[in-house]
Structures are given as structure tokens and as C-alpha cells.
Design a protein around this ligand. Structure first.
Ligand SMILES: *[C@@H]1O[C@H](CO)[C@@H](O)[C@H](O)[C@H]1NC(C)=O
Ligand SMILES: *[C@@H]1O[C@H](CO)[C@@H](O)[C@H](O)[C@H]1NC(C)=O
Ligand SMILES: *[C@@H]1O[C@H](CO)[C@@H](O)[C@H](O)[C@H]1NC(C)=O
Length: 721
């Protein structure tokens, strides 16, 4: 949207910096020619270049009386004056009789003055040639009916930065030729559809900077010619489905700096001709599946400067055949772009992703964009490992033999600011330029990593309110995510083939349930037991990508929630402390409940040996608390030797462990150390109890004695001897 929006902004610049701006753009045109007339004292009269709102060039006789502290119209104004500039004076009234004489007056600039009523300017005189009227930065507070009826030719009207809080339904009556209307930065709280009935030719409407919290349905129905609509800085929290209905010619739309929490997909579907869309600086948390789908004319999309954006989900952008430029930058929490976030973007050339919290861009993203020419990834905490192999130095096309692979090599893509595109992980590659790291140096392993920026360490929620926690992790192979609640309940996502939009209740199994606890199920935790009755799941939802939603949170649900991302290579966990803010009384009760909880825990957490083999042993324990940093250590015990101790971290929500690679016929001692985590450290240190490790000992089974028998083959027997 840059071209259009910059264009609009420069129009605004034009009105403030007329003398500076125009020569800068049209360098080859003469700056000014002398105009030999009797000029008002201290004003400057010259012939100057001038462009009409529909871009027709004029050599305009111009009287410039800007910045003169004038309190009334200076005299004499030459009768042939085309442009009259009175910006930055102290005018609150005009001698309309003088204006009457200016039959050729085309551009009147009264910005930055003290007008409080339009009647004093427009209503009492007829200016048949006036195309452009500047009234921005005055003291206008209301526009009565037919405020501009004496200006039949007007094409451009600037009313921005006044105090307008009331505009009569027919205020613009008579402005049949108006192309541009600037009423941004006023005090309007509503948008009245009747205003626009008089403006059939309007092409540009600047409405931003008014405290309008909601737009009416079909409010712009009359604006059949509108091409550009700017709704920036209005405090919009959402958009009615039919808010944009009737804007059949709309090409450029800006929602810059509003309070939108979701992409207004339904409303956007009503403007199929849209080419430029700016959603920058909103409160959108997720770009979700289908948010931008089938917008077949969209060329440029901006999703920048969003404090709360954490994730671009699968198929968030789909079938946008004209999209050439996508900007998703300066989003401090954006740490995840799904490998299949972008589908059918056949013409995307420029992908701007700088200044986010991205650790990597999955190769699938690159492969899904056949026309991509440039990508910007600088100012991200990039992780130079297998996820980023495609970007490594010698991952170049001549390594691939067949044409198909060559076409699919992301290497051809140009990095914007390669000198600032640096690795921040792993430690040994830190601060190296991504493009100068060789693929040999990049680790082939892709352990899951949950970016710190995606989950805060503390989240407060009102009692009875809704809790939403987003957890995302990139890895190869794709990790599985699950959550563990403070009570030790493990929540697995609904199967990924579940119907989109309506997430199924999370399947879960209570790890604390002592009856029917099956240790094998705890080990193979990718298979939740579907038949386990799980009442709390009605209350929780785990969305496929890893978002945990909880409705009607109670104070007893405060505590530590842990997200676990796991693939075949390993796992990562991240915990968030959830505080539930209720009334004082309830909060006290919550603390009491917690103390009781930790007692329960120390009684419950009993390490047991479930099964012992020759080379393995299955251990299990129970805990009613979510303890994310639990460790298990084991040591072979021989009377005559000091053996090494092995330690492994236990994933949150896991309550059993299969110790393998043990030696047969050997005594082992195993201890379970309960974790100290950010959220529970304080309480645990005070109680002391819960930190004591639980230990057990066992002996691995004997290797069966080889029984000499006839079944042994002669060869084997002889070798043994
Ligand atoms: C207005 O412009 C027309 C055409 O350029 C010209 O003939 C006429 O004299 C001008 N009127 C005045 C009052 O200068
Ligand atoms: C535990 O798992 C084993 C092996 O899958 C199965 O045979 C057994 O029936 C299960 N026991 C319970 C109580 O679910
Ligand atoms: C434990 O690990 C051993 C060795 O890998 C394996 O043979 C055994 O089947 C595992 N037991 C369970 C219950 O997973």
C-alpha cells in the first residue's frame, strides 16, 4: 500500500509545505515567474506551478500571504488571482465582498487560522472556480446543512485537525464534484451515512483520527466512486460484517492504529476490488487460517507494528494471486510462521519479515513462494541450524541436478540487508552473518524450541474471565505440543484433521488419577487414552497449533501452566504463571488451597518401580502438581567402585520413565528430584518438604543361564569353547 498511502500523505504535506514540496517533485518546472501586479503589502505575487486535484497543470497567478499574523484580508487582491495563500494567520472572518470579485480563484488556503464557523467563508459568497479549499487546523466545531453550497466546482476539501463534533446530515449538499474529503483528526464519534449521499464522485475519504468506536453497517453505501478510505487512529475494536458494503471501487484501505483484535475478514470480503490493505498497529494476536483468502486483487498487505501478534497460522494467506508485497515487520512477539502459512501466493515478490522475534523461516515457506525475489529477515533472533539450512552459504542451485529441484531452491532469493542478518543461536555461531555460514557449520539437528517472546512468564486473568495462552514451536520434524495444568493434568491437542474453526475439546488424561493409572500410557504420551473420562476438558480447549483456551477461570486454577514441545530429537518446555484476580477474600482462600496442594504433593509423590527387565526398568510416580523441572538420576551400585551418576530431565506431565541401557544383574539406585521453577520457587523453599528427592533401589534381572542342549548348533558350541 505504500505508493497510495504515501501519495495520500504527500497530499497532506502539500497543504502544509506547498512552497517546498512542489518544486522538489517537479524539478524541471520553473519555480516561479514574476507577476507584475499591485500586490498587497508584505505578500508575494508570482506565477507558480499548480496542479488541480485531478492532476491538471496550471501556471497559476499566486498571492502568498502566509505567516503574516493577519487579522483581516490584505488588500488589494489582484482580480485574476488563482491561488490565494493565507496559511498561519489570525483570521476568523473574511470580507466576502472582496472574495466575490475573484472570479478565477481556484485554490484558497485558510489553514492554521481561527475560523470557528464555515458560514463566514463559504456560504455567503459564490466562488464558481474554486477547486481546492484548505480549512485544516482551525476552530470549526460544527458543519450546518449545506455548508459549502456556494462552491459548486469544489474538488478537494480539507477540514482535518479542527474540533468538529457535529456534522449535519446534508452538510456537504451541493458538492457534486468533490473528489477528496479530509475530515480526519476531529472529534466525531459517529459516522452518518447521510453525509455521503451528496458526494457521488468522491474518490478519497480521510476519516481517521476521530474517536469512532464502531462504523455503521452500510455506512459508505453511497460512495460508489470511492477508491481510497483511510480509517486510521479511530479506536475501532471490530468491524461489522456489512461495514464496507457498497464500496465497489475501493482499492486502498487503511486501518492503521486501531484496536482491532482480529482480521475483519467478513467485512473485507465485501470489498473484492481491494489492492492495498494496511492493518498496521492493531491488537491482532493471531493471523488465523482463512483470514486472508481469495482476495484476488490484493497487491500489498501490511501487518506491521503489532505489539500482540504472536503467530501466523496455517493457510493464513491463501489464494491471493496478485499479492506482490507482504510486510510483517516490527512485531516484537511474532515468533512463529507456520510452514504452510502462505498458500497460492503465486506472484509474491517481496517478503518483509524484519524486526520480529522469528527464530527461523521454514524452508516450506520459501518453497511455497515461486516468484519470491527478496526477503528481509534482519533484526530477528535467528537460529542457524537445520531449520535455516536453505539460507546457508553453499545451498546454491548448482548443487541440485534436475531442473525441478533447481526451480525450488530458495537460495536465489535476495536478502535485504544481509550484513545485518545475523545468527543469534547457537552460541558458537552468534553474530555471524547468516549468508556466510556454511551448511556444514549448521547443525543438522532441529530440537524444538519455544521462543521466549511467545509466552510471558506471568499472565493475570480476572476471576470468571477467559484465559488464552499461545505456545508455538518450530522444529524438524514438526513437534507435538501439549500443556500441563497446575494440577498435573495433561492436555493434548485435538487431532490435526479436526474440522477447522471449531476446535474439539482437548483430549486429556488425568495423570494424578491413582486408579487405572497405566504406566505404559505415560511413556507413550503421544497416544492419549480417549476413553479416560475427562470432565475438565469441557472447560479447556487446546487448538491444533498449541493455543490453550480456558473459560470461566476460577481462583483454584491459578498456578503454573507448562507448554511442552516435543519431537523425536527432544523437547522444550516453557512455563507461565497464571494469576487469578478475584476479591481479597477469595485470594486468601487460593493461598490456603495452594498450601494444601503442596502437602498433598509430598504425600503423593512416591517413586515406584513398576517393572524390571534385564536392561531396563520402568519407574512411575504420581503428582498432583505441575512441576516442570523434574529430574531423574540413577547410578549403578557396586560395593567396590564409584560409578557415574546419570541424570535426565523429565518432561512436564510425564509420570513414568523407562530407564534403558542398564546392565543386567546389577543394583541401581534411582532418585527423582522435584523441580524448582520460577512460579513455585518461593513456596517450595519455605515448605522445604517438596524438595526432598524420592529414591528407590532395584536389581536388574539375570541373564538366563545358557542351558546346554541339543538344540544349539554345533558351530556355536564350538566357538563358545
Ligand atoms: C479569468 O480567466 C479567464 C480565462 O483565463 C480570463 O479571460 C479572465 O479575464 C479572468 N478573469 C479575471 C477577473 O481576471
Ligand atoms: C495397560 O497397558 C497394557 C499394555 O498396553 C494393557 O495390556 C493393559 O490392559 C493396560 N492396563 C490398564 C489398567 O489400562
Ligand atoms: C523400555 O525400553 C526397552 C529398551 O528400549 C524396550 O525394549 C521396552 O519395550 C520399553 N518398555 C516399554 C514399556 O516401553
Amino acid at each position: 500500500m505504500r505508493p497510495t498511502l504515501v501519495f495520500l500523505q504527500s497530499q497532506c504535506l502539500l497543504c502544509v509545505l506547498v512552497g517546498v514540496y512542489v518544486p522538489g517533485v517537479v524539478g524541471s518546472l520553473p519555480h516561479a515567474l514574476p507577476w507584475h501586479v499591485t500586490c498587497p503589502v508584505r505578500c508575494v505575487c508570482q506565477i507558480k506551478p499548480w496542479f488541480s486535484p485531478d492532476s491538471v497543470y496550471h501556471e497559476a497567478p499566486t498571492v502568498d500571504c502566509n505567516d503574516l499574523l493577519l487579522t483581516k484580508l490584505p488588500l488589494p487582491i489582484p482580480p485574476n488571482t488563482h491561488t490565494l495563500r493565507l496559511q498561519s494567520n489570525l483570521l476568523s472572518e473574511l470580507n466576502t465582498a472582496v472574495l466575490h470579485g475573484l472570479a478565477n480563484l481556484t485554490d484558497l488556503d485558510l489553514s492554521q487560522n481561527r475560523f470557528s464557523r464555515v458560514k463566514t467563508i463559504a456560504q455567503s459568497s459564490s466562488l464558481p472556480s474554486l477547486l481546492s479549499l484548505h480549512l485544516e487546523e482551525n476552530h470549526l466545531s460544527r458543519l450546518p446543512e449545506a455548508s459549502f453550497s456556494s462552491l459548486p466546482a469544489l474538488q478537494e476539501l480539507f477540514l482535518s485537525h479542527n474540533n468538529l463534533h457535529s456534522i449535519a446530515p446534508g452538510a456537504f449538499t451541493g458538492l457534486d464534484s468533490l473528489l477528496r474529503l479530509h475530515i480526519n483528526n476531529n472529534r466525531l464519534t459517529t459516522v452518518d451515512p447521510r453525509w455521503f449521499r451528496a458526494l457521488p464522485r468522491l474518490e478519497v475519504l480521510m476519516l481517521g483520527g476521530n474517536p469512532v468506536e464502531a462504523l455503521p453497517e452500510r455506512g459508505f453505501l453511497a460512495l460508489k466512486s470511492l477508491r481510497s478510505l483511510v480509517l486510521g487512529g479511530m479506536g475501532l475494536r471490530g468491524l461489522a460484517e456489512k461495514a464496507l458494503e457498497g464500496l465497489d471501487g475501493l482499492e486502498s484501505l487503511s486501518f492503521y492504529d486501531n484496536l482491532l483484535t482480529k482480521v475483519p475478514t467478513q467485512a473485507l470480503m465485501r470489498v473484492p476490488g481491494l489492492k492495498f490493505l494496511d492493518l498496521n498497529k492493531n491488537r491482532i494476536k493471531l493471523i488465523e487460517t482463512g483470514d486472508f483468502r481469495d482476495m484476488v486483487h490484493l497487491k500489498e498487505l501490511g501487518l506491521n507494528n503489532m505489539e500482540e501478534l504472536v503467530s501466523i497460522e496455517r493457510a493464513a494467506l491463501e489464494n491471493l494471486p496478485e499479492l506482490t508485497k507482504l510486510e510483517i515487520t516490527n512485531n516484537p512477539r511474532l515468533s512463529y510462521i507456520h510452514p504452510q502459512a502462505f498458500l497460492q501466493l503465486s506472484r509474491l515478490e517481496s517478503l518483509m519479515l524484519n524486526s520480529n522475534s522469528l527464530s527461523a523461516l521454514h524452508q516450506h515457506v520459501m518453497l511455497s513462494l515461486p516468484s519470491l525475489q527478496e526477503v528481509s529477515l534482519h533484526s530477528n533472533p535467528l537460529r542457524c541450524d537445520c531449520l535455516f539450512h536453505w539460507a546457508a552459504q553453499e545451498a546454491s542451485p548448482h548443487h541440485s541436478e534436475d531442473a525441478q529441484t533447481e526451480r525450488q531452491t530458495p537460495r536465489m532469493v535476495r536478502f535485504i540487508q544481509p550484513q545485518a542478518t545475523l545468527c543469534s543461536e547457537p552460541a558458537e555461531l552468534r553474530a555471524r552473518r547468516v549468508r556466510e555460514v556454511s551448511s556444514r557449520e549448521m547443525s543438522a539437528l532441529c530440537l524444538p524450541m519455544i521462543p521466549t517472546s511467545s509466552l510471558p512468564s506471568y499472565v493475570g486473568v480476572r476471576e470468571g474471565g477467559k484465559l488464552v495462552l499461545h505456545c508455538r514451536a518450530l522444529a524438524d520434524p514438526q513437534p507435538e505440543l501439549y500443556w500441563v495444568t497446575p494440577s498435573g493434568l495433561r492436555l493434548d491437542p485435538a487431532p490435526s484433521h479436526a474440522s477447522k474453526g471449531v476446535p474439539a475439546p482437548a483430549p486429556c488424561h488425568s495423570l494424578a488419577a491413582s486408579e487405572g493409572f497405566n504406566h505404559t500410557s505415560g511413556i507413550s504420551h503421544s497416544q492419549p487414552q480417549d476413553d479416560t473420562p475427562c470432565n475438565p476438558s469441557k472447560h479447556y480447549r487446546l487448538l491444533p497449533e498449541g493455543t490453550l483456551e480456558m473459560n470461566k477461570v476460577t481462583s483454584s486454577e491459578a498456578g503454573l501452566y507448562t507448554c511442552v514441545a516435543e519431537n523425536a530429537l527432544g523437547a522444550d518446555t516453557r512455563s507461565v504463571t497464571v494469576g487469578v484476580h478475584g476479591r481479597e477474600k477469595k485470594r486468601k482462600r487460593g493461598v490456603a488451597a495452594n498450601k494444601k496442594g503442596s502437602q498433598l504433593f509430598s504425600e503423593d509423590a512416591r517413586l515406584e518401580v513398576r517393572d524390571v527387565g534385564q536392561h531396563n526398568a520402568i519407574l512411575s510416580w504420581q503428582s498432583r502438581r505441575n512441576l516442570p523441572s523434574t529430574r531423574l538420576s540413577w547410578q549403578a551400585i557396586y560395593s567396590n567402585a564409584h560409578m557415574p551418576t546419570y541424570t535426565t530431565r523429565i518432561l512436564a506431565g510425564t509420570q513414568s520413565f523407562n530407564l534403558t541401557h542398564l546392565q543386567a544383574e546389577t543394583f541401581y539406585r534411582v532418585c527423582l528430584y522435584f523441580g524448582i521453577s520460577e512460579g513455585t520457587a518461593h513456596a517450595s523453599r519455605r515448605s522445604g518438604k517438596s524438595r526432598k528427592p524420592q529414591c528407590v533401589s532395584f536389581r536388574t534381572k539375570d541373564v538366563p543361564e545358557p542351558q546346554p542342549s541339543l538344540q544349539l548348533s554345533p558351530e556355536l558350541t564350538s566357538t563358545d569353547c
